[in-house]
Design a protein around this ligand. Structure first.
Ligand SMILES: [Fe+2]
Length: 337
């Protein structure tokens, strides 16, 4: 019988420190959607497990992913998201171009040994996939798309890059990110947690994990038992890209920022295909649905995290319906080894 991770993996700060090096560094991590950085000057900030990052659209129209940490005294430079002509640190007003090069630093003219060329913001690799903008601390990282080749048949005819955001809710999560993911990656809990919402439409016993040995993704397909209700496909591209496709023309992205072993911020972002943004009933069904479903999921997430710290906690017993959790566990342990 497959088992889950040892409980210490969810609660130990030393494990989180190792995850920063072995799981988050060198992985493709989603920051935003292409539409969020469409115009020159657009920027979006993100906490990549303790590394402040900013993604920009440069004057030349390129995407850039940069460390959002001033080279002067390590102040975090930009906050939130928006449009700006340059990246200016609010502390001593050092100013960087949208590509990270240092273009201005007050009172530095004539200072011996001061070289702006040595003081550019470090760059990350940046890539887009299905309308998502992803970054990688490893500038020589292998591209993401070829690693997802096995997933393509499941997405046949679905254009995530044509989805438009119609709603978003922030949820503070004072628990470990893997608790959220492992709940997301199985629908065995529909009967216990979503008995009045998902279970009547998508019985957990009719969910189907779809995985490929060694590939960095899992999918969980669902059958609908009600005529006219679209089936949905839960996707997890390890470690942090979690879009659920409501076939064929809606998507809920569980965007997560991991801050520590016991803290993350989840944003549930709802998208519909651009052809249906004016369909108010379709939009409302998706937006109201995820608000209610995620509110239900908070209860087991909190409860599991509380139990994980107990002296009586054990590695999970993973049933066949939880096959995607088992697949993630194997990927994670291989990275952590
Ligand atoms: Fe759930």
């Amino acid at each position: 019988m497959p088992r889950g991770l040892e409980p210490r993996y969810y609660v130990d700060d030393a494990v989180f420190a190792l995850e920063r090096e072995r799981v988050f560094a060198g992985s493709w991590i989603p920051v935003c959607r292409v539409e969020d950085v469409a115009e020159p000057g657009d920027y979006v900030t993100y906490d990549l497990a303790g590394d402040p990052i900013v993604v920009t659209r440069t004057r030349a129209g390129e995407l850039a992913a940069l460390a959002n940490v001033c080279r002067h005294r390590n102040m975090v430079i930009m906050r939130g998201a928006g449009n700006a002509p340059a990246l200016q640190c609010p502390y001593h007003q050092w100013t960087y171009a949208l590509d990270g090069s240092l273009t201005g630093a007050p009172q530095t003219a004539g200072v011996d040994g001061f070289d702006t060329a040595e003081l550019c913001l470090p760059r990350l690799a940046v890539e887009t996939w299905q309308g998502f903008v992803l970054v990688n601390t490893d500038v020589d990282a292998a591209p993401l798309a070829p690693q997802l080749a096995g997933l393509e048949p499941l997405l046949a005819g679905i254009r995530l890059d044509e989805m438009v955001r119609v709603g978003s809710i922030d949820w503070d999560q004072p628990w470990n990110w893997k608790v959220t993911f492992e709940n997301y990656a199985e629908s065995y809990h529909h009967r216990g947690v979503h008995g009045d919402t998902l279970q009547p439409l998508f019985p957990g016993e009719r969910s189907r994990p779809c995985v490929e040995a060694g590939a960095p993704w899992m999918a969980l397909d669902h059958e609908s038992t009600v005529e006219g209700v679209d089936p949905f496909l839960v996707l997890g591209i390890y470690p942090l890209l979690w879009p659920t496709v409501v076939r064929p023309d809606a998507m809920v992205w569980l965007k997560i920022a991991v801050h520590g072993a016991a803290h993350a911020t989840l944003t549930t972002e709802v998208f519909v295909h651009e052809s249906r943004v004016d369909d108010e009933a379709h939009v409302a069904f998706q937006v109201d649905g995820i608000r209610e479903i995620n509110a239900q999921d908070i209860i087991p997430n909190r409860g599991v995290f509380a139990g994980m710290a107990s002296r009586y906690a054990v590695p999970a017993t993973l049933l066949p319906l939880e096959g995607a959790v088992d697949h993630f566990t194997r990927w994670y342990l291989a990275r952590m080894a």
